[in-house]
Design a protein around this ligand. Structure first.
Ligand SMILES: *[C@@H]1O[C@H](CO)[C@@H](O)[C@H](O)[C@H]1NC(C)=O
Ligand SMILES: *[C@@H]1O[C@H](CO)[C@@H](O)[C@H](O)[C@H]1NC(C)=O
Ligand SMILES: *[C@@H]1O[C@H](CO)[C@@H](O)[C@H](O)[C@H]1NC(C)=O
Ligand SMILES: *[C@@H]1O[C@H](CO)[C@@H](O)[C@H](O)[C@H]1NC(C)=O
Length: 344
């Protein structure tokens, strides 16, 4: 009797376990199906196509991991920023780094021929907020594509800014010319430095327009004829005193400024909105252009930076990065190697 009862209980248990197991399986399948659905929707949104099922399968795995990371961070609820599944949602962090950044990693602090003067040193009237877009000094957000030449985009945005401030004309200028013709930066799509780009523009006596010398996201032979038809000229460049966010503030009050940062982290890759507060280190590997600064309603201070990853990344292609974090280098090293072109 005891045995029979035991057997019956065992069978009942098995039945219950079986139904749990099948419920669990169906739950897993549902989650998998909705993730596959999300991947499909994302592919349509970003017009992403894969060459075969194997590629789709491996990209889906990466997409899923990224989606889980994005959700985890957003659900933690203790961040001043949000992440999203943007155009880079099916890239691993390594792939992303390899193709989308490009500040030359070097211990040599910038170019050796840098003038030591800092024209904004004694600037006393510093506005509470600044957004150079409102002054018409910023061209639409561009996209470097799969070429590590953030340095060219950062330098060009700074030159576009000072050109508008000094001449009244906002002209979209050529990154491709820097990529092809700047022999100070032989690494082209594999990284470069803004100060070398400024040096080239000075040596070449100018930079031509985006329209005249359009962007191809790959290095080509320098088109000397196009390169000699220049629309913008600079007379020099200056470095912002390093590791000093107050000095950077003065410089940005004066004009858009090229900066190097750490853009390697997964949070940076998937940044969507809000004030970015990390994770990041102070090892420099990416370049952007700081075009303003401000303070949120809750008192969080930020830098406003223009990136070169298209308009779908971040806040319409821009990022707000936390300012005055109490470390000399600034968050993500933003105050380490800032510089700007000058027009005499
Ligand atoms: C946010 O919460 C997560 C998980 O609770 C924690 O690991 C992380 O350090 C927190 N971050 C901040 C900025 O407070
Ligand atoms: C840069 O400097 C750091 C610390 O001084 C050192 O550990 C690293 O190996 C250097 N890197 C290069 C590329 O020289
Ligand atoms: C740096 O200065 C030296 C001497 O003035 C000059 O020969 C060299 O071309 C300059 N380098 C750059 C990158 O401007
Ligand atoms: C700033 O003021 C100091 C003291 O008057 C002066 O020595 C320095 O040259 C000024 N700097 C600039 C860039 O004008």
């Amino acid at each position: 009797m005891a045995l029979a009862l035991g057997k019956k209980v065992f069978i009942v248990m098995l039945t219950i376990l079986g139904s749990w197991a099948s419920q669990a399986t169906s739950h897993t399948l549902q989650v998998a199906a909705s993730m596959a659905e999300r991947h499909k929707e994302w592919m349509a949104q970003y017009d992403r196509k894969y060459s075969d099922d194997a590629e789709k399968e491996s990209r889906f795995k990466i997409f899923k991991e990224n989606a889980e990371f994005v959700e985890k961070v957003n659900n933690e609820g203790n961040h001043t920023y949000k992440l999203s599944l943007n155009a880079f949602a099916d890239l691993t962090t390594e792939e992303f780094i390899a193709s989308r950044t490009g500040y030359k990693i070097t211990n040599q602090s910038r170019s050796t021929n840098v003038s030591t003067s800092f024209r904004y040193e004694n600037l006393s009237e510093i506005p509470m907020t600044m957004d150079w877009r409102e002054q018409g000094a910023v061209t639409p957000v561009k996209d470097q594509g799969q070429c590590g030449c953030c340095w060219a985009f950062s330098a060009v945005a700074a030159v576009e800014g000072i050109t508008k401030i000094k001449t009244g004309n906002l002209i979209s200028l050529s990154e491709q010319q820097l990529l092809d013709c700047d022999n100070n930066d032989k690494n082209g799509c594999h990284g470069g430095l803004m100060d070398n780009a400024f040096t080239y523009i000075i040596q070449n006596k100018g930079l031509t327009t985006e329209t005249n010398y359009p962007y191809y996201a790959e290095e080509r032979a320098c088109d000397m004829q196009k390169a000699s038809y220049y629309e913008a000229q600079i007379s020099g460049f200056e470095d912002v005193p390093a590791n000093d966010e107050e000095a950077l503030l003065k410089a940005v009050a004066g004009q858009p400024v090229s900066v190097a940062i750490d853009g390697y982290g997964p949070a940076f890759q998937h940044y969507s909105s809000g004030v970015f507060s990390g994770e990041c280190t102070t090892s420099l590997n990416h370049a952007v252009t700081v075009i303003g600064y401000g303070t949120t309603e809750d008192g969080t201070k930020y830098w406003l930076a223009k990136n070169s990853w298209g308009e779908t990344w971040g806040e319409g292609g821009y990022i707000r990065i936390q300012r005055d974090v109490g470390a000399p280098e600034g968050l993500c090293g933003i105050a380490k190697q800032a510089s700007y072109p000058v027009i005499a």
